[in-house]
Design a protein around this ligand. Structure first.
Ligand SMILES: [Zn+2]
Length: 282
C-alpha cells in the first residue's frame, strides 16, 4: 500500500535553496490544530544545512527554525536592544535567508513590508528598518519603512486566518513572519540579485564588514542603474541585447549580463518611470 504524500516547496532558512519535500498526508489528520513540525535533514533541500519547517494543519508553511543556532541556545530570538549591531550572519540567523533577501528587495524597490509576529517576538522594528536603510544609498531610501503587525489570538482563532486577512488588506506588501517564512511576495521576479549579493557578502571572512560589502554591491548596482537611465533618456529605444553590449563596454567594473539588465530595467520601472523602462525592448 502506498502512503499519500503532500508536496511542499521548502526554502532553507540559512542559504535560501529551495526544493520540494514530500510529507505523509496522515500527519495532518492526526493533528487538528496548530502546526506540524518536520525535521529536514542535511542534504534533503540543500547540501549544508538541516532545519525544521512548521506547516499549519491547513497545509501552509508558517515557519522555519535553524537547528544548530549559534546566536541563542533556546531558539527564541531576543533582539530588542542590539539589532543595529548585528552582523549579516546573525541577521540571517534571526530572519532567514529568503526573508532578508526579500526585505532588501522591498526596501530597494520601494514596496511596503511587514513582519507579522506573535507577541513573543521581541524585535525593535525601527532599528531593523534603519539597518536595511543603511545599506541603501541615501538618495534611494524611501518612506516605505519596515513595519510590524501582531497576531492577536483573541481576534483570530488561528494564524492562517490572520495571514489571509492581512494579505487581503495589503496586496502590494512584502510579508514575512517572525519564524523565517515568507508569507507574501508582491513582485513576480525571484530575488536572484539580492540572493547573489547576500551570498557574496556572506563569503567575506570579516563578519564585521559583511554589511559594508552588501552596501557596496547595492551602490554599484545603483550606479549601473543611473548610467543606464541616462543612456535611455538619450535614446529612442534599445533592444536588451544591444543594451547588454553597450553596458558591457562602459561599465567595466560590473558583471553585465541579461539578468543584470532585467533587474536594472525593473528598478527603472519601479523607481523612475515605466516610460523610461519601456524603451528597453526584448
Ligand atoms: Zn542551506
Amino acid at each position: 500500500m502506498s502512503v499519500a504524500l503532500k508536496g511542499f516547496i521548502v526554502a532553507c532558512p540559512k542559504c535560501g535553496a529551495e526544493k520540494q519535500i514530500n510529507v505523509p498526508e496522515s500527519l495532518f489528520y492526526q493533528k487538528k490544530f496548530g502546526t506540524v513540525k518536520i525535521k529536514v535533514p542535511q542534504g534533503a533541500v540543500c547540501k549544508d544545512h538541516n532545519f525544521i519547517v512548521f506547516i499549519s494543519t491547513k497545509g501552509k508553511i508558517v515557519g522555519y527554525d535553524v537547528i544548530d543556532t549559534s546566536v541563542s541556545s533556546n531558539g527564541d530570538v531576543n533582539l530588542s536592544e542590539e539589532i543595529i549591531n548585528l552582523t549579516l550572519d546573525q541577521l540571517i540567523e534571526a530572519f532567514g535567508f529568503n526573508c532578508v533577501a526579500g526585505l532588501i528587495h522591498a526596501k530597494l524597490f520601494d514596496y511596503p513590508s511587514f513582519v507579522l509576529r506573535s507577541e513573543k517576538f521581541n524585535i525593535n522594528i525601527e532599528q531593523l528598518d534603519e539597518m536595511f536603510d543603511n545599506v541603501i544609498p541615501l538618495k534611494y531610501r524611501n518612506n516605505n519603512a519596515i513595519r510590524d503587525a501582531e497576531f492577536d489570538n483573541n481576534v483570530f482563532t488561528n494564524e492562517d486566518y490572520f495571514y489571509t486577512a492581512f494579505k487581503n488588506n495589503n496586496t502590494n506588501a512584502f510579508l514575512i513572519n517572525n519564524r523565517k517564512a515568507v508569507i507574501q511576495q508582491p513582485w513576480n521576479t525571484p530575488c536572484d540579485f539580492e540572493k547573489s549579493i547576500l551570498d557574496n557578502a556572506l563569503g567575506r571572512s570579516d563578519k564585521g564588514e559583511q554589511l559594508k560589502y552588501l552596501a557596496q554591491y547595492i551602490n554599484q548596482f545603483i550606479k549601473d542603474v543611473e548610467f543606464t537611465a541616462t543612456l535611455l533618456e538619450n535614446s529612442k529605444k534599445i533592444s536588451e541585447k544591444d543594451l547588454v553590449k553597450q553596458l558591457k563596454e562602459k561599465l567595466i567594473v560590473s558583471t553585465i549580463n541579461k539578468k543584470r539588465v532585467l533587474i536594472i530595467k525593473e528598478f527603472i520601472k519601479q523607481r523612475f518611470s515605466s516610460e523610461l523602462s519601456d524603451k528597453i525592448k526584448n
